[in-house]
Design a protein around this ligand. Structure first.
Ligand SMILES: [Zn+2]
Length: 572
């Protein structure tokens, strides 16, 4: 038995409503408990900030497209002067890479920031074994992966025919076959259209051959998700990402979720999670008239309880974009003419990778930077608004501490704005300069752990310091009663914890990796009745159209590292 007591820290735990009170946190055998014996190891957190381990809702950190980025961009391993850039040895393994870090660095870097869990945002089902192999190689943090469904031929056919029950049986089968966590949708219909050199930029654009629209795909998948009662909601990257004037499409897309009610036993209250909202909050009819629509989009999100969003903040770095939105990456390549990779994944999805430089002296990049922050500052319920960079698309996840600094300090925002050559244009095209709001530590705890964990349906495990949760704790060198006047100290504190505790084991001490205990792969195991028709359909498509045999498709049990199943007992 191992016991630990974290004493006298200022605790911020939105799940139990603790707002910076001095509270002791007791740990026994890897779980948070009410109290421990006098033999417990004591950690003195007096004058420091204590939160649950961070919980990431959306990042691209493992699998074939991440690895394609690593292969395409050897230069990324050498960037110096950036957050622990270049090649360094810490912990047991070498760390390298900035926007597409090695698996080793991924685990260590999350742990140093006090994170316990991350969610790989787009797993191509056919290539799921690769995702799980990288999970095995990524130290310390627990991980889940969401298979992509929005362009999957099975779903397109079932949903066209309004066969929700069959679609649900297929979804349950695919989650099991890939050890996947939930339903991810990327440019619904558009990536399939890309196979024909086309795209769906409007939710009513028909998908070639399938005679279905993105709107019908999104609604059908929401129905399927709630029919099954999955822990997380549909997780959507919509159509028309990244284009000036797309905010009206975005609001129209969000409205598709109205009328649905969340049905699940996990405490999740939303029916749709819209990811990296920044890329969907644009006004203007060209790059010349490009401007922020953060207020319009957040006004809708604020009044709609059944939605959650994450930010996708631009961090003003050189990075590597990667997405299952194949046509978007082609579009981006036409804009910046850098390297481009494009892949079609048989009946399921596609993807592209393109490097990108968010140059602070280019007006569009500065406006994008402002929009990400505005979305957070306009938010009324920060439990429903989560900090992400859509890593690595808008910037690396290692910049979360910098985003936190910008959100907590107007002075820090102004300092960054002052370095921008197109400052006046950015002030004119966004509301950021006039926003005085500064978020506090409780707000940050909502946006980085409690909120994402709740939206994922995992708040009994992550993002919480309630008894029974996994003992994942981050202790930051911040005196909650007198925050530093120098905002750089906020960024420093969130970059390197004093302690990160993962399932009761100290893994980081003073910013250094000190242990690498077991980690878990989280997946969703849905028990549904055997569906003979769906199994016939699966066999037929594998014979006719896939390049692999059905027998070789499902991820083998031994491929999955330390699985921890979230069980869903389906009842019609
Ligand atoms: Zn993404």
């Amino acid at each position: 038995m191992s016991e630990m007591l974290i004493k006298n820290g200022y605790v911020f735990d939105p799940i139990s409503g603790i707002k910076g009170d001095k509270t002791d946190i007791a740990i026994k055998d890897g779980k948070i408990v009410e109290k421990v014996s006098s033999k417990a190891k004591i950690i003195d957190a007096a004058g420091k900030t204590v939160m649950a381990g961070g919980c990431e809702i959306h990042a691209h950190v493992a699998g074939p497209k991440v690895n394609a980025g690593r292969t395409m961009r050897p230069e990324d391993k050498l960037f110096r002067g950036s957050y622990r850039g270049g090649i360094v040895k810490q912990g047991k393994r070498m760390e390298m890479g900035f926007s597409i870090p090695s698996t080793w660095k991924t685990g260590y870097a999350y742990a140093r920031m006090g994170y316990a869990f991350t969610n790989e945002a787009a797993m191509p089902p056919l290539l799921a074994p690769h995702v799980h192999e990288e999970f095995r190689d990524t130290p310390i943090i627990d991980q889940a992966a969401m298979p992509v469904f929005g362009n999957n031929w099975f779903c397109l056919e079932y949903l066209k025919n309004k066969e929700i029950e069959n679609n649900a049986a297929y979804v349950a089968w695919l989650l099991k076959s890939t050890f996947g966590f939930g339903i991810k949708v990327v440019n619904p219909g558009g990536t399939e259209a890309w196979g024909w050199g086309e795209n769906c930029v409007d939710i009513h654009d028909p998908v070639p051959y399938f005679d279905i629209t993105p709107a019908e795909i999104i609604k059908g998948l929401i129905e399927t998700n709630e029919y099954l009662g999955l822990p997380h909601s549909v997780h959507l990257h919509g159509n028309n990402l990244g284009n000036p004037g797309n905010y009206e499409h975005t609001i129209e897309t969000l409205k598709l979720a109205s009328g649905y009610k969340p049905k699940n036993k996990f405490g999740r209250e939303q029916v749709l999670h819209n990811t990296h909202l920044q890329f969907f909050s644009y006004k203007g009819d060209s790059w010349g008239t490009f401007a922020s629509a953060a207020k319009e989009v957040m006004d809708y999100v604020n009044k709609t309880d059944t939605l959650t969003v994450d930010l996708g903040c631009v961090t003003l770095d050189e990075t590597t974009t990667m997405t299952a939105d194949g046509p978007f990456e082609h579009h981006l390549n036409q804009l910046n003419h850098l390297k481009w990779s494009n892949v079609d994944v048989e009946l399921e999805t596609g993807s592209g990778v393109v490097p990108y430089v968010y140059d602070k002296d280019i007006a569009v990049c500065g406006i994008q930077w402002a929009i990400g922050l505005e979305l957070a500052l306009y938010a009324k319920d920060l439990m429903r608004v989560h900090i992400t960079t859509d890593h690595p698309n808008a910037g690396p996840f290692t910049r979360y501490p910098r985003i936190i600094k910008w959100l907590m300090s107007k002075k820090a925002r102004e300092a960054t704005l002052d370095t921008m050559k197109r400052k006046e244009k950015i002030i004119k095209s966004t509301d950021l300069a006039g926003m005085d709001r500064e978020l506090g530590l409780y707000d940050i705890a909502m946006m980085t752990r409690a909120g994402p964990a709740k939206a994922l349906g995992l708040s009994n495990i992550y993002g919480s310091l309630k008894a029974g949760a996994d003992a994942n704790v981050a202790i930051y060198n911040l005196d909650a009663t007198k925050l530093p006047t120098d905002p750089e100290l906020i960024e420093n504190a969130f970059s390197n914890t004093l302690y990160t505790i993962k399932e009761g084991v100290i893994v980081v001490q003073n910013g250094e990796i000190v242990a690498e205990p077991q980690k878990h792969t989280i997946w969703t195991k849905v028990s549904v009745p055997e569906n003979a028709q769906v199994m016939r359909d699966i066999k037929e498509k594998f014979t006719k159209s896939y390049t692999v045999n059905l027998e070789n498709y499902a991820v083998f049990d031994e491929h999955v590292h330390n699985p921890r199943a979230i069980e869903v007992e389906f009842s019609a």
